[in-house]
Write a protein that binds this ligand. Structure first.
Ligand SMILES: Cc1cc2nc3c(=O)[nH]c(=O)nc-3n(C[C@H](O)[C@H](O)[C@H](O)COP(=O)(O)O)c2cc1C
Ligand code: SF4
Ligand code: SF4
Length: 290
């Protein structure tokens, strides 16, 4: 009887890999994609590391060696900002050693384009000594969707099924996958992104609507909102603002919003986001079988 239970437990352990689902996801789309890839990897309940939370992020990067040995797959998802991965995370990743463990690199963008983000992430994770067994770009509702209705509701059912299928393909082929390198996922920054300075949109705060719930303070991935005033802590803090819209999304009172003047809205919609507003992009996934 005991032997049967042991065999059953071993079977369960073998069938359910140890997955660390690691995501930076201020408005939730990247998290949703990563969780669905994990389901496809046969792990519905991965250990989650939310890099958008300052404490969790610091803890993860400073204690990374404790995570490595037990892990079968690191599933790493970042959003695309200005065609790139969020720059401030690069130096955090550069501190860690993946010890050759399998990682899946995923970037999530708001239907404009992934730019060079996947290429950057794959190169970075290779430098950190991970073996990249899968790479993909997925689409999530644009963080500025309250002004520009782009990719509303994405990842949607179709995206979710592709994410799950991607995870399942990796799981099926896990013993015969070759490592993916930067040259396998070349990226391109379009002309507009090449010439435009990265200037994130800053939320406007309407203090008269604020009920002092503190959700914006807790949700800010940069820890730059003052818990008393609900404004930036200082000028240096304001410079760190990513324009990620996490604080706007969590505010229950609509006391924080992103606002564009009419001419800026017109120019941005016509110049930067025209295609994103009018056509649907689809996920891209890559794995390399031996
Ligand atoms: C500052 C900023 C820059 C962005 N740049 C791009 C971009 O270059 N291409 C694109 O398709 N989406 C872009 N987006 C949209 C995000 O990639 C998209 O909203 C993504 O779903 C955010 O991920 P999250 O929901 O996990 O936070 C940008 C969003 C922000 C806030
Ligand atoms: S203050 Fe800036 S960085 Fe912080 S949550 Fe708001 S938009 Fe994101
Ligand atoms: S989330 Fe909104 S209501 Fe809550 S403290 Fe922040 S600004 Fe005020």
């Amino acid at each position: 009887m005991n032997q049967e239970i042991n065999e059953l437990e071993e079977g369960i352990l073998l069938d359910q890999p140890d997955v660390k689902a690691i995501y930076f996801s201020p408005t939730g789309a990247t998290k949703a994609v990563i969780e669905n890839i994990s389901c496809g990897l046969n792990q519905n309940n991965p250990i989650k590391v939310n890099l958008s939370n300052v404490e969790e992020r610091n803890n993860f990067f400073s204690n990374f060696e404790h995570f490595v040995d037990s892990t079968d797959f690191f599933l790493i998802g970042l959003p695309v900002y200005f065609g790139r991965i969020p720059g401030f995370l690069i130096e955090h990743f550069q501190q860690i050693d993946g010890k050759g463990k399998s990682a899946i690199a995923v970037v999530v963008y708001g239907n404009r384009g992934p730019g060079i983000a996947l290429n950057q992430l794959v190169i970075l994770l290779n430098q950190c000594n991970f073996k990249i067994v899968g790479a993909g770009t997925f689409i999530g509702e644009h963080a500025l969707s309250s002004v520009f209705p782009i990719a509303l509701g994405r990842p949607d059912e179709h995206d979710v099924s592709l994410a799950t299928e991607f995870g399942a393909q990796i799981y099926e082929a896990r013993d015969k996958l070759k490592g993916i390198k930067g040259e396998d996922v070349p990226g391109k920054l379009d002309a507009l992104l090449r010439i435009t300075p990265e200037k994130p949109p800053k939320p406007t705060v309407h203090l008269e609507k604020c009920i002092d719930c503190g959700l914006c303070v807790q949700s800010c991935p940069m820890g730059i909102i003052d818990s008393e005033t609900k404004l930036y802590k200082n000028k240096a803090a304001e410079k760190l603002c990513l324009g990620c819209m996490s604080c706007v999304k969590v505010c229950p009172q609509g006391a924080r919003s992103v606002e564009f003047s009419s001419p800026m809205k017109y120019i941005t919609g016509k110049l930067f986001l025209k295609e994103a507003l009018n056509s649907r992009k689809e996920p891209f996934t890559l794995l390399k079988n031996t």
